[in-house]
Structures are given as C-alpha cells and as structure tokens.
Design a protein around this ligand. Sequence first.
Ligand code: F6R
Length: 609
Amino acid sequence: MCGIIGYVGEQQAADVIVDGLRRLEYRGYDSAGVAVVNGGIHLRRAVGKLRNLAKSLATEPIEGSLGIGHTRWATHGRPTEPNAHPHVVGRVAVVHNGIIENHLALKAELQAAGHVFASETDTEIFSHLIDRALSQGCTLEEAVRAATAEVEGAYAIAVLDVEQRDRVVVAKQQSPLILGVGQGETFCASDIPAILSHTRDVVFLEDGDMAVLTREGFEISRFETGESIERPVTRVQWSAVAAEKGGYKHFMLKEIHEQSRAITDTIRGRVSLEQGDVFIEELGLSADDLRSMRRIIIIACGTSWHAGLVGKHYIEQATRIPVEVDLASEFRYRDPIVDERTLILAISQSGETADTLAALKEAQRRGARAAAVVNVIGSSIARTASNVLYTHAGPEIGVASTKAFTTQMTALYLIAVRFGRLLGTLDADRARVLLRALVEVPGEVSRAIELNAGIREVAHRFQHVTSALYLGRGLLHPIALEGALKLKEISYIHAEGYAAGEMKHGPIALIDEHTPTVIAAPRGPSFDKTCSNLQEIAARHGPVIVVGDEGDEQLESLADALLPVPKTTPWTAPLVTVIPMQLLAYHLADLKGTDIDQPRNLAKSVTVE
Ligand code: F6R
C-alpha cells in the first residue's frame, strides 16, 4: 500500500507534498515523511497520522522546491521513525510503494560489501543500490535503471539526488504511479487526488517505465532498454472539490450521500428505454463472442466481491450462462479451470488491488477473455483487461467502500441486460421493465437516505453491542455480507453475514438478547421466508433490526427497529437495501468514536498480496 508523491517546481515542495499526502493518507497512515533538496537533503519523518508530520513541519519548516514524500502502511518493519520513508543513504533519498521480493538476498549482498542499514525496510535496498551506482559515476537516471535491474517485486519509487538538484527520477513496476503536468511544475503520485488541486493533466505510467521530472516537464523511458517512450497526457474530469469532504464530518458520510449522483452517472448515456437496451460498446463483446463462452467468472476482493455476488444473480438470470464468483486471492492459487471459452470479469474500485490484478493476469495467461469493471481511470486493472466498463463513482476516499459498491452493482446490472439482449435471452419488453426499474434507483437511494434521517437513534440503542448477525436471501444475501463487513471494518464490532436460509444450520446458536440481527426484508419473492426467520429470532429474545419497505406495518410490529426503504423491485432491491446498512454502520462507528475514514489496520488500496 503506501502513498508516494514527488514535486519539482516553484512552490514550497513540503507544502505541496503534505497537501498531497493528506489525499493519499487512505493508502496508509502509520507514519509519514518528506525529503526536500535545498543545499543538502532535509529529511523530516513522524510516526502516526500525517498531522504529526504536518505539525513538525509547521513548527520548523523546510524550504525548497524539489522534494518527495510518503505515507506508510507497514509491510517490512514496524511503524517507527527509522522505518518511515524517505530513506536517505549518501546522496539519495527514496520513497517507495510496493514490496521488494528479493530484499533478503540483496541486503545480505550489500551488507557483505560494507553497507550499513538504518531501517528494517525493504525500501532501503533501493537507496543503497542507487547511491552505490551514483558513487560509481552514474547519472541519477542511470543509477535508478541499474537498481531496477537488481530488484524483483513491486515498486513505485521517487528518488532525489543531492547533486542533481533539478529533478526527481521515478520508476514503476506493478505499483501505481502517475505524473502530473503543471505550468512550470511537475508532479508524481500514487493516485490522482494527490495532485488534483494543482493540475488535471496526468500521465499514467506503465510497468517498466521510468521518468525524469523537471520543472519543464518529463521524459519517459523503459528502464530495461533505456529506450524513450511517449505516453499520452490525459485530462482528468474529476475536480479537486470532488476529493474534498464538502462539509460532511467524514468522507464516508459524504460518499454515502453521493450515491444517487454516482449511480446516475454510471447509467448516464448507456441506457435506451425506447429500445430496451444498453450501450456499453467499451466491453467490446459481440453476440458471437458471448455465445462462445461456456461460463463467466467474476473475480474481486472484499466489497467488490460482494458486488460480484449480486452480479452473478443478474447475469445468470439474464443470460442463462453460468457465473462463478471467486475471491481473487483464492482464484490464482487453485489452478482454476479457465480457457478461451471463459469470460473473466474483474471488479475493482481502485483498479490496483494486487490479488485481483494477479488473478486477472493469470486468467489471461490461460487464454481467457478478460474485461473489468473499474472506478479509477487508467489504473492497472483497467489497463490490463482487454476491455473496461468504468463506474462513474468519482474518487472514493473513505476506506470503507460505499458509492463504489452501488455503482459496481449498477454496472453489473447494465452488463446483464446488455448480454441478455445480445444473446436474445432477454426480450426488449423485459429489458425495458428492468431498465425502467434501474433508472428509478437514484431517486430511491435519495429517499432511503431521507427516510433514515433518524437512524442515529437506532444506533444509540445498539451502540454497546459487541456482536451482530446480518441475514438476507437471494439477491440480498450479498447485502447481508456487505452490511456485516461495513459494521466490522469501521466500528470494530464483530459481525457475521449469512444467507437467511442458513440460520438454522448454525448461526441461530448465537442469538440472545445481546446480539442483534439485521435482516434485509423488503417485500419480494422470499419475503415470507425471511419473515419466518425474523419470528424465530424474536422467539429467542434476539433484537431484530429490519431493513424493509416504508410503511410495512407487519414488519413494524415484528421488529425492534425498522430501517425503511422505498418500495422497489427484486433486481434493484440490493442497491436500495444497502443504504440503511451503510448508515447504521457509520453511526455506530461515529458513536464509538472510531477513525471512520481510516480504520485501524486497513488501507484503501491493497497493492500487496
Ligand atoms: C471494504 C473495502 C474493501 C475493498 C477491497 C477491494 O469496504 O473497501 O473490501 O472492496 O479491498 O478493493 P478494490 O475494489 O479497490 O479492488
């Protein structure tokens, strides 16, 4: 994980870097640091949140307009100041995101040659290798190239040399890195929001790229061959404001409220109610391509995997093609049965999740056709898949995913209808009915948020619980899993999500008066069965919180608390039912005073396995 940033220009580098790191803090937040070249290398590092570094810099500023910075999520070495980046050795300072796989062998070799290590990190290897090459007369660019030839693993690095004061040199291999192009200033960063307040013109580096950044611009080359290469400058449409809190107490709350807009943007321009069809040519699949597919495998992690589980229902119902949903981390290690008649759909908000990316590559290696549903434009998964359907959620900063999830389900809904129409398994009338229901969802999501204005009261009543069960059936089973995940990751309350029909096969033993059950029970095909579960729980004195239709008197009489949602259709129910679950988790966490946007031990973008 970790976030890196580099700057060369006219402004005070430390200010630009700390501002950028603030927007990258979601990637890791156990320590942070900055190095600025001005005469010598001025290094400042602090353990804990970025504010500790910012405070230290405010008390004792570092001046200079060339610098690099880092926010860390520890992989090698505890979160201590010596392990915080940048790592300075001799003439160079290095920041790194990724993992060096052969670090033990390289470290032993360097130590045998007399190098002394100041940290427990793998990153320091880079500093030693680059400094050694510089002392042998290499330019900074040559030294970085020499280091990349020795290092195996994943890295995005930014490097400063005290004797070449006009440049930052960067290299990328399997970890994200973009360049930002300004007027008389150039940036590099792990992610777009870090530089958005300065420029919207970005360059996405590819694996194997290195670049020299100066005030005048940048030059990219391949580090294996030294050959120069052009990469296009892309204008990012996200505004800097979209990456700010906008008056909300937390990014997560802001992002929950943005869902109506995000779903609208994901649907926009892709649906024709008249024709009963969906236009997503970017997926690049013809009817013949689809007919040749024996099955579809969705690969994803965490919340994106939950979206995949919903997508399975949509796609199987619309196409009758069997769909499997695999955890990316499991898929790649179980010798999966995949060939050219398998369609892979990778789902990822960040587009950088290491397991999803590796699973995607593994499937491609085995001959599968691979498409992806991704939020971050130009991210690694987006570039690796043959075709991409972007969710238009905008930047998601809160570590707990909300708007990315609902837009992923929206995208899968569109894919299912499109595939069904292409194959002829869905006629235009049925597609029209489904699409009409989908275009109502943004309004229903807003209504669900309004209806749950009083949800904090419910959270108050349950704020001392230590464990909760979440139940749902069919399309709402993944919503139970997602509700439970949201609760545990931000409030640290233990929660289990189950298919409601499984309750009697084990989890019912957990029910007592201290363990609430949250049940997704809007009216729909399995309503009566879910109601029976509800009664079974109540009979065992278990408190029941029901997410159900507004005004449903039967539910009101049975439940300890009803979290109302507007009436909707079975296919759109997951999109609407998840809203009160997100809000409940948010308010419980807020009442407990946890760090909602940056929960302990987590990072937004899991770029290590
Ligand atoms: C949970 C959450 C994670 C991510 C998972 C995959 O709220 O955000 O479970 O869903 O790490 O991330 P992406 O979608 O970026 O591949």
